[in-house]
Design a protein around this ligand. Structure first.
Ligand code: MTE
Length: 312
């Protein structure tokens, strides 16, 4: 992965305005746990009857990343290899946007993104995100569990993997797609067990607002226990298959950016340590945790596979 040495994400605090997070009445009513969860986040929760509910199960061990940092320091190679892709990405029309669901499913289908969203139960989740480049953020995503989409797609029992694909030049001729060095389109994949794990999420919003193009609008995978490159943006196709998908970064360099890509502080990238991470929006450096701190939810997926799945 192309790494810039200039830490342009180290925004001064003054440049960053934290967005109020929203907790809706329903989430607040779930019980004392929900209320405590909301208040534990620095009392930032604001009641907003129309905002989707925050799922109180997913709490953070750190401050939320300022919105300005999370929405201005991005990796989106379709729009170039710099972190500053906002203006290029925001030229891309987000409607109409169709999603193709195919492969080993009962009935392949193509549907408009808004029809899909109407069928899915939107919630908000606070998740940490750890990029393989050793920066990290903690943000409130809105969206729905990938497991809900898997159920909606009705895969055949022979399906063992899910492959998710970003738009190609046929959908939008983003400038980076002219770069022939990269194996476009950007593809990522998961085993079915990973895809149906409770943490696997499809994001449609961030900080209580519709997702912006630079963060992967209108539909972006979010996998908090894996390095960020697995979280494929601006998805146009979801295919069910019985073959391990040939993923974008693994095609480029499987030793550095493998299929599993589970966060593991003990396995360094060939060119840098993964033991610590820099928090986007501040200069703070904190230790990286195995599975990015989500071992309780996902370690069981890799029983017997540790040598492979925890290496890269
Ligand atoms: N998806 C596509 N299509 N293209 C990309 O270049 N970069 C990945 C991932 N998804 C990328 C992508 C990487 S390396 C990371 S760390 C995250 O998106 C960054 O997400 P963010 O910009 O919303 O923080």
């Amino acid at each position: 992965m192309l790494i810039r040495t200039k830490r342009d994400w180290e925004l001064p605090e003054s440049a960053a305005t934290p967005e109020s997070a929203y907790i809706n009445r329903r989430a607040m009513m779930v019980g004392a746990g929900a209320i405590a969860g909301g208040l534990a986040l620095g009392g930032r929760g604001a009641m907003a009857a129309d905002a989707p509910g925050r799922n109180p199960v997913y709490t953070l061990d750190r401050a939320m990343t300022p919105e300005a940092a999370a929405t201005s320091y991005n990796n989106f190679y379709e729009f170039g290899t710099s972190k500053d892709v906002v203006s290029a990405a925001q030229k891309m029309p987000l409607r109409p946007w169709t999603l193709r669901i195919d492969g080993l499913v009962e009935k392949p289908m193509t549907l408009g993104i808004d029809d899909l969203l109407k069928a899915m139960p939107v919630e908000e989740r606070l998740y940490r995100h750890r990029c393989v480049e050793a920066w990290a953020m903690a943000v409130p995503w809105m969206g729905f569990p990938l497991a809900k989409l898997v159920a909606f797609a009705k895969p055949l029992s022979s399906a063992t993997y899910v492959e998710l694909q970003t738009f190609g030049r046929d959908v939008y001729p983003a400038p980076g797609l002219r770069q022939p060095f990269y194996p476009w389109p950007y593809v990522e994949g998961l085993t079915m067990a990973e895809a149906t794990n409770e943490l696997a999420f499809l994001s449609t919003g961030l900080y209580g607002k519709p997702l912006q193009a630079q963060n992967g609008a209108p539909l972006r995978l979010t996998l908090p226990w894996k390095y960020g490159f697995k979280s494929v943006k601006s998805v146009v196709r979801i295919s069910f298959t019985d073959k391990r998908p040939k993923t974008f970064w693994a095609l480029l360099n499987a030793d550095e950016y493998g299929f599993w890509a589970n966060v593991n502080p003990a396995v360094p990238h060939p060119r840098w340590s993964q033991a610590r991470e820099r928090l986007l929006g501040s200069n703070e450096s904190v230790p990286t945790q195995i599975f990015n701190g989500y071992g309780a939810q996902v370690a069981g997926l890799y029983k017997g596979l540790e040598k492979e799945a925890l290496f890269m």
